[in-house]
Design a protein around this ligand. Structure first.
Ligand code: HEM
Length: 442
């Protein structure tokens, strides 16, 4: 099968053309520890104003540097031109070959997935997923999501007045929904939570390994051991399930992935790993973090929360605004396939172009008072948190259903619920991963 492959070489050392915009002092989008305080909204704003296509060094990752694209319109044009800006040529992560993924299986699998492919193979794999994201399928799923929200809120109420929303709710609901779509048996579902915890730490781990070098601490060695065990268990589970579905197909997404063909051939084990990792991560983590981030926002903007409590019919539209404000996928990378130009900046063939979605979603030329939560914002659905173009998120309706139903029931049942101020965000510049969020039910 002529599939693959993300070119396993780094982008070209750049910049190949003179800079049109300054390199801004104090801007560092590779400082992953900094992202544990939240996204660098102020740095994004400076870049949009002074250097919307900025050459960014990449010493921390040992890479050749990249172009940081921060304006909404420029991100749309990069995403809308996949022939010039390839997902396949270097993958969608900052480090080519995903050097920031701390395990060889993880590294390989995070390349061998449709999100890292260009036409035509990308479309062949994407098409296989589609039946599980149609309106008819999702209508039936909605009822199951509603019941699960009620069950989780019952359990929260029984637990006490103060709790960790991530543990009690935000990590549970997306996991339930994804497992329903995939067809994962009930008893296996808790494993997914554990795997997710380690996946969110992959970037930090790779950085620590690089910093601590040949004499890592005992604590780091132990963590690496646990990390590797979990990653291996996750892939073993996926391969085993997918092979079983090949032998005995069911009406679920797992079977669709297992039976997917590219150019008439079933996927190799490497591609099964890739499809598995993509769906487990993309289908879980993003919605989880938006659920948590929304609670923080509703506490920070109490007038907006009061409007939703008074008129829950606003929730349908408000969900786009929640997703715009949180933007849980921080960036996506492309690689230029030819010499080109963005906003007057010439880009050389082979150079990396990284689109900062959180920045695009705070672009004042599109969203007035962009830093304010506005649950009736008329153009909130112009956000680019789901990407745009051929790779636009396949699960966006699934996310909408969960967020809408979650907050409909949360606000009806606990109108005084509040974030307590306790928060723990993973050091990660790719996903905004909220690991715990204290709430009081009021
Ligand atoms: C708030 C929730 C979510 C956000 C913000 C989000 C965001 C994204 C983004 C930014 C992309 C990449 C687009 C690009 O290349 O620019 C993507 C792709 C994808 N998402 Fe989501 N996502 C969410 C929920 C989900 C859910 C619930 C699922 C599945 C159940 C899912 C499955 C996928 C898949 C399979 C892809 C790859 C599509 C492709 O390469 O063609 N996502 N998502």
């Amino acid at each position: 099968m002529d599939l693959i492959s993300v070119t396993a070489v780094e982008g070209k050392a750049g910049p190949g053309f003179p800079l049109e915009y300054p390199k801004l002092a104090g801007v560092d989008l590779t400082d992953i520890a900094g992202f544990s305080k939240g996204q660098p909204w102020d740095q994004y704003a400076r870049m949009r104003a002074e250097a919307p296509v900025m050459w960014h060094e990449e010493r921390r990752f040992g890479g050749p540097g990249f172009w940081a694209v921060t304006r909404h319109a420029d991100i749309m044009s990069v995403n809308g031109d996949p022939d010039t800006f390839s997902s396949q040529r270097g993958g969608i992560l900052m480090a080519t070959g995903n050097a920031d993924q701390g395990h060889v299986l993880l590294r390989r699998a995070s390349l061998d997935a449709m999100i890292n492919m260009d036409a035509p193979n990308h479309l062949q794999l994407r098409r296989e997923h589609m039946p599980y994201f149609t309106p008819a399928y999702l209508r039936a799923l909605t009822d199951r999501v509603k019941d699960e929200v009620t069950r989780l809120l019952d359990a929260m109420e029984a637990e006490g007045r103060e709790l960790d929303l991530v543990k009690a709710f935000s990590s549970q609901l997306p996991l339930f929904t994804l497992c329903e779509i995939l067809g994962v048996p009930q008893e296996d579902r808790p494993k997914f939570l554990r795997w997710m915890h380690y996946l969110e730490m992959a970037q930090d781990l790779a950085m620590r390994q690089a910093t601590e070098g040949v004499t890592p601490t005992l604590e780091l060695m132990q963590f690496i051991g646990e990390f590797n065990n979990n990653v291996e268990e996750m892939f073993e589970y996926g391969r085993d399930m997918l092979h079983r579905r090949r032998a005995d197909p069911q009406k679920d997404l797992m079977s669709a992935i297992a039976m997917a063909q590219v150019d008439g051939t079933l996927l190799s084990d490497e591609y099964l790993d890739g499809s598995w990792l993509l769906i487990v991560f993309a289908g879980n983590d993003t919605t989880r973090n938006t659920l948590s981030g929304t609670m923080k926002l509703l506490t920070e903007f109490p007038d907006q929360k009061a409007r939703l409590v008074a008129d829950p019919s606003l929730l349908g539209g408000a969900v786009s605004e929640f997703i715009r404000m949180v933007t849980p996928v921080i960036y996506m990378r492309r690689t230029a396939t030819t010499d080109t130009e963005i906003a007057g900046q010439r880009i050389a063939e082979g150079e990396k172009v990284i689109m900062w979605y959180g920045s695009g979603n705070r672009d004042e030329t599109v969203f007035e008072n962009a830093a304010q939560l506005d649950v009736t914002r008329a153009n909130a659905d112009k956000h680019i948190a789901f990407g745009y173009g051929p790779h636009v998120c396949i699960g966006k309706r699934v996310a909408q259903i969960q967020l809408e139903e979650a907050y409909r029931q949360i606000l009806a049942r606990f109108p005084n619920i509040q974030w307590t101020g306790d928060i723990d965000i993973a050091p990660n510049n790719f996903v905004h991963a909220i690991r715990s969020l204290g709430v009081s039910l009021g």
